[in-house]
Design a protein around this ligand. Sequence first.
Ligand code: NAD
Ligand code: IPM
Ligand code: MN
Length: 367
Amino acid sequence: MSNPSILILPGDGIGPEVMTEVKKVISWFGAKRDIQFDVSEDLVGGAAYDAHGTPLHDDTMARAQEVDAVLLGAVGGPKYDELDFSVKPERGLLRLRKEMDLFSNLRPAQCFDALADFSSLKKDVVAGLDIMIVRELTSGIYFGEPRGIFEEGNERVGINTQRYTESEIDRVARSAFELAMRRGKKLCSMEKANVMESGILWREVVTEVAKDYPEVALSHMYADAGAMQLCRWPKQFDVIVTDNLFGDLLSDAAAMLTGSLGMLPSASLGAPMANGRPKALYEPVHGSAPDIAGQGKANPIACILSFAMALRYSFDLGSEADRVEAAVETALANGARTADLLGEEGATPISTSEMGDVIVAALDASL
Ligand code: NAD
Ligand code: IPM
Ligand code: MN
C-alpha cells in the first residue's frame, strides 16, 4: 500500500517559516517511528499569484482534491493589498475550502498549564480549558449571493448576503454533535436568531438534529452573548457550533484564552472520501503575520498542532497526535517561549526554528 499523501502549501509571510518546523516533525515520524508520508509541496496565496497570476493554480486545486490531507501555512500580506479582489491571496484559501467542500472547521482552544499565567485572562478562568469551536466553513455570508459593490443612485453600495440552507446547517450540526459525543456531551449553538432569519432557521435545524443525539445537552446562545461568555467563563463550554462569520470572530477571541493566536490549530473537514477518511485541510487559525514575517519570531506551535490534528482525523493515528501534543506541552513546561508567549519585558524569546527543535527533542524524549 502506498504511503498516505500530504500536500503542503506554505503560503505567505510566516506561513513558510512555521511550515519548516512542521516538516521537521514529519521527518521525525519517518525516521523515528517509521511512519512515512508521501509529501509534495505547492504554492498558494500571494506566492501563487507571484508565480502564476492567480492565488491558486488549477493544478494545485486538482492535487488538493486527490491527497489524503492538505497542510496550509497562511496567506495574505500588505504586498497584495492593491490587487483586484478576485485574485487576492485569501481567495485561494477560500477556493480550497469551497471546492473541497470542507464544511466543518474544528478550532480547538486548549490552555496548556504552562501558559495559564500568561493569558490576558485570570488563571482561574483559563487553567485546564479545553473547548472546541465548530465553524461552518463553506457557506453563510462568505459565499452568499448577491454580493459585490454596486452603483445605487449617486453612491455605491457594498452587499454581502448571509444565506444558509437547511442541509448546510444540518451537516455541520451533525459533525458538532458527533464531536460532542466523543467529548463532554455538551453542545452550545450560537447565532443571532433575535435579529436574523438565517439564525432562526439555524436554531430550528440544530434543535431538530439534537433528537438524534439525546445524550448531548444542547443549549442555544446569541453569538454576542456567547462572545461575552467566552471571556467571562469559557469553561462552561464543551463544543460550540456556529456559522462562518461568527466562528471566525469567536475563534480569534478564543485564541487569547490559550495565550496567543500562535497556539491555535484547526482542521477543516468535508465528506468522507472513498477510503472512508474525510477530505481535509489543516491550518493554523492565525494569518501571515506581516508584522513579524521574515524575522524568525513566529510561533510554530499552531501549525505543528494542526499537523497533530491531521494525524488524528486523517491518518487514524490518535496516539501519535497525543504524542505531538504532549511534546508541545513538555516544551512549554520546560520554559520554551517564542516572543508572542512572553510579556513586554519578559525573558529572551527563542526563535521559530529553536521552538521546532525543542519540540522535536521532546518527541525524542517520548520514545
Ligand atoms: P494575523 O493572524 O496574521 O496576525 C495578528 C497578530 O497576531 C499579529 O500581531 C501577528 O504578529 C500575531 N501572530 C499571528 N500568528 C502568530 C504566530 N504564529 N506567532 C506569533 N505571533 C503571531 O492577522 P492579520 O494581521 O489580521 O492578517 C494578516 C494577513 O493574514 C491578512 O492578509 C489576512 O487576510 C491574512 N490571514 C490569513 C489567514 C489564513 O491564511 N488562514 C488567517 C487570518 C488572516
Ligand atoms: C481564517 C481567516 C480567513 C477567514 C481569511 C484569511 C480568508 O481569517 O481562516 O480565520 O476569514 O476565514
Ligand atoms: Mn480568521
